[in-house]
Design a protein around this ligand. Structure first.
Ligand code: NAD
Length: 486
């Protein structure tokens, strides 16, 4: 596979613009090259192309679409190494994590390629003289605006069910990570996907993304990113009454009870916040611990952090850089106030930094975007670092005394994405799982290896709608009811 040139991919062709921006490698601060900035004209072209391709694509059989998606999955598997390298350079993520993302990306295409054969409407026995049935029909042209933290996975989890159900797609990858989206679109052509069915527009969010969100030819929009931009995108879609799926931020909590396997909980919580340098929407960034095991938990997490290797993504450390120097500054801003006793606003200066707390310069790399794994204890639950999504390798621990207090703390932010219960008490596990406001709850574990098959999504400031699993097929289709007088 040749390295893709970094410009939009429309109707099977590369469409470049004279306007470009620099793609910066966060591991080194160096430029990886220029990226074409698609404007309204290129977005228009991509949507028109997808519209033209839709008539024949929606008429293909599920079996045919499934075969193509499975073939694409096989190609992705064959190209894991190239895809992982591009992903690691663009995002800074450690190579092992990027390889895993490529494998999960292939699994999405295979899962929906296989599932679409058995995705049916209903027959409704309303009256003996009426034959009533439902059809699941594609929306038409779907738009997808993606975040930079898991580019391969996010692309696949949105695009695979959309194509499987007979939609065409226009994808806007994140500004920082355009290259694997282009590589996937090219592999899809190699797999036999007709030109125009899948198009990628590269560019900046406020230009290319905004043009896609506001485009009248988009029948359904999927957005993965921050709560602030998600609400802008949803407002633009609302102007033309277009449905939207929003996958936004999170502030998810582990709840570790006194009877939990504390060593395991500490290990999993530490590993989960280190993954992708904490830049994961579903990161368990808060650890609520029963007061009787609180000190042990803090000590164990700090011991895990002490062993972490840090470096450029391609050297495959435990912890790579953050996505950018800007993100590094943002994380530093949250951490700097901790323990000063002087923070302004609710409780900002409370707490203590148990481990880390500052930027890092591994191997003397001064232009990278590294931040030490950081553990903060005892911060006021109302403080901004305890309430807002930090999006860095920063974990905050909070003691609790009762189950009610743990649930109240877990539900005490504006987000509602994930939760985890660590306990040996089966009844408590189910009771708390029901009480936690989240789209997914884990018991004595966290995450599920990509979770391709598991419905995923949040509520409140974490967004709405569901992706992944068979539910994504419902999101990608509209139900038509047909009533026939016999
Ligand atoms: P972001 O909101 O800055 O950008 C997301 C996408 O929106 C990018 O493609 C960007 O170019 C585009 N964009 C920016 N401004 C736009 C505008 N005005 N109009 C249209 N599009 C615009 O988010 P980010 O910094 O790339 O990603 C981090 C966020 O994504 C975090 O909050 C994280 O929690 C969230 N996220 C959520 C999930 C989930 O499934 N819930 C998954 C991954 C990431």
């Amino acid at each position: 596979m040749n390295e893709p040139s970094v410009a939009s991919f429309i109707d099977g062709r590369t469409v470049a613009t004279s306007a470009v921006y620099e793609n910066i490698d966060p591991s080194t601060g160096r430029s990886l090259g220029e990226v074409s900035r698609a404007g309204a004209a290129q977005v228009d072209e991509a949507v028109a192309t997808a519209r033209a391709a839709h008539r024949s694509w929606r008429a293909t059989t599920p079996e045919h679409r499934g075969d193509l998606l499975c073939c694409l999955a096989d190609l992705i598997d064959t190209h894991t190494e190239e895809l992982a390298r591009l992903e690691s350079e663009d995002s800074g993520k450690p190579l092992t994590q990027a390889r895993n993302d490529a494998r999960v990306c292939a699994r999405y295409f295979r899962f929906y390629g296989r599932a679409i054969d058995s995705y049916y409407g209903l027959s409704i026995p309303l009256r003996p003289d009426l034959h009533v049935y439902t059809r699941r029909e594609p929306h038409g042209v779907t738009g997808h605006i993606l975040a930079w933290n898991y580019p391969l996975q996010l692309f696949a989890r949105r695009v695979a069910p959309a194509l499987a159900t007979g939609n065409c797609a226009v994808v806007k990858p994140a500004d920082e990570t355009p290259r694997t989206a282009l590589a996937l679109a090219r592999l899809a052509r190699t797999a036999g996907l007709p030109s125009g069915v899948l198009n990628v527009v590269t560019g900046l969010g406020a230009e290319t993304g905004a043009a896609l969100a506001a485009h009248p030819g988009i029948d359904h929009l999927g957005f993965v990113g921050s709560t602030r931009v998600g609400s802008l995108v949803a407002a633009a879609a609302a102007e033309r009454v277009s449905p939207v799926t929003l996958e936004l931020g999170g502030k998810s909590a582990h709840m570790v009870f006194a009877d939990a396997d504390v060593p395991k909980a500490a290990e999993v919580a530490a590993r989960a916040i280190l993954q992708n340098a904490g830049q994961t929407c579903s990161a368990g960034s808060r650890v609520l611990v029963h007061e009787s095991v609180h000190a042990e938990m803090v000590e164990r997490i700090a011991a895990h952090f002490a062993k972490v290797t840090i470096g450029p993504g391609l050297t495959d450390p435990d912890l790579g850089p953050l996505i950018s120097r800007k993100q590094q500054e943002r994380v530093r801003g949250y951490v700097d106030g901790v323990g000063t006793g002087t923070g302004n606003g609710s409780g900002s200066g409370s707490g203590e930094i148990v481990f880390g707390g500052t930027v890092a310069e591994p191997a003397g790399i001064t232009e990278g975007a590294y931040f030490l794994p950081t553990l903060i204890d005892g911060v006021d639950p109302a403080a901004s670092i305890a309430q807002e999504e930090v999006f860095g390798p920063v974990l905050a621990t909070f003691p609790f005394a009762t189950e009610e207090e743990a649930v109240a703390l877990a539900n005490g932010t504006e987000y509602a994405l994930l939760g985890a219960v660590w306990t040996a008490d089966l009844s408590r596990a189910h009771r708390v799982a029901a009480e936690v406001e989240a789209g997914q709850v884990y018991v004595n574990t966290y995450g599920a290896g990509g979770g391709v098959e598991l419905p995923f999504g949040g509520s409140r400031k974490s967004g709405y709608g569901r992706e992944k699993g068979v539910e994504a097929l419902d999101s990608c289709t509209a139900t038509k009811t047909v009533v026939v007088q016999l």
